[in-house]
Ligand binder design. Structure first.
Ligand SMILES: O=C(CO)[C@@H](O)[C@H](O)COP(=O)(O)O
Length: 234
């Protein structure tokens, strides 16, 4: 949860397993952790909230014994309340829900915490940042989508950066995640705006050296992030 003290923000790189080989999911997770990934980003899609179908709690449950990595579950689902207990029992570390999919974000955040997971509030590109602000004091992370959710391989939307800046101004210590089209050409822009957690699918998995790509993304983000913040934010 957000606290009022200021500290140096840590850059975290979260490869999106959506771009990996699902038949080798456990190996892909181990490979990414070996390459220096901080989080393993799991894209949960229900074919209803988004027009694509991927994985659910049973896959997380199967994966859990094979990795100690932080399973950062981004649930692109219509009824996020319905799956909290299943994901918790399956061993998810973080449960990300879309504010567009719930009528009561406050109660949902409470439910996620009671289920011993970190809570991440996610907003789609067309959702104004004002919709998220009232809840951010209670969450562990906010995710600003930089593409329309549903598919990997889309183009980063730089016009989402003012949302990141607005949140960073009010929440100096909150983990701000960006997701969609993140690569070497825009990670600097996103970190300058104040993002510190970077989801990247295509740019990492399709790189000649995913290990070097993770290191490069981190290096750029670290150089821009804390230098862009005012002393009172550090
Ligand atoms: O949530 C999503 C898509 O809905 C993302 O996590 C993407 O899967 C990231 O992939 P790239 O845009 O980096 O290829």
């Amino acid at each position: 949860m957000a606290s009022s003290t200021n500290k140096l923000l840590k850059v975290k790189i979260a490869p999106s397993l959506l771009s990996g080989d699902f038949a080798q999911l456990a190996n892909e997770c181990q490979r990414m952790l070996g390459f220096g990934a901080d989080y393993l980003h799991m894209d949960v899609m229900d074919g209803h909230f988004v027009p694509n179908l991927t994985l659910g709690a049973p896959i997380i449950k199967s994966l859990r014994p094979h990795t100690k990595g932080f399973l950062d579950c981004h649930c692109m689902v219509s009824n996020p309340e319905q799956w909290v207990d299943d994901f918790s029992k399956a061993g998810a570390d973080s449960y990300g829900f879309h504010i567009e999919a719930t009528k009561d974000a406050g109660s949902l955040i409470k439910k996620i915490h009671e289920a011993n997971m970190r809570a991440c509030l996610v907003i789609k590109p067309k959702t104004p940042v004002e919709a998220a602000l009232p809840y951010l004091k209670d969450v562990d992370m906010v995710l600003i989508m930089t593409v329309e959710p549903g598919f990997g391989g889309q183009k980063f939307m730089p016009e989402m950066m003012p949302k990141v800046t607005a949140i960073r101004k009010e929440f100096p210590n909150l983990d701000i995640q960006v997701d969609g089209g993140i690569d070497l050409t825009n990670v600097g822009l996103a970190s300058s705006a104040g993002a510190n957690v970077f989801v990247a699918g295509s740019s990492i998995f399709h790189a000649q050296s995913p290990k070097d790509m993770i290191a490069e993304l981190r290096k750029i983000a670290e150089s821009k992030l804390n230098s862009s913040l005012t002393p009172s934010q550090l």
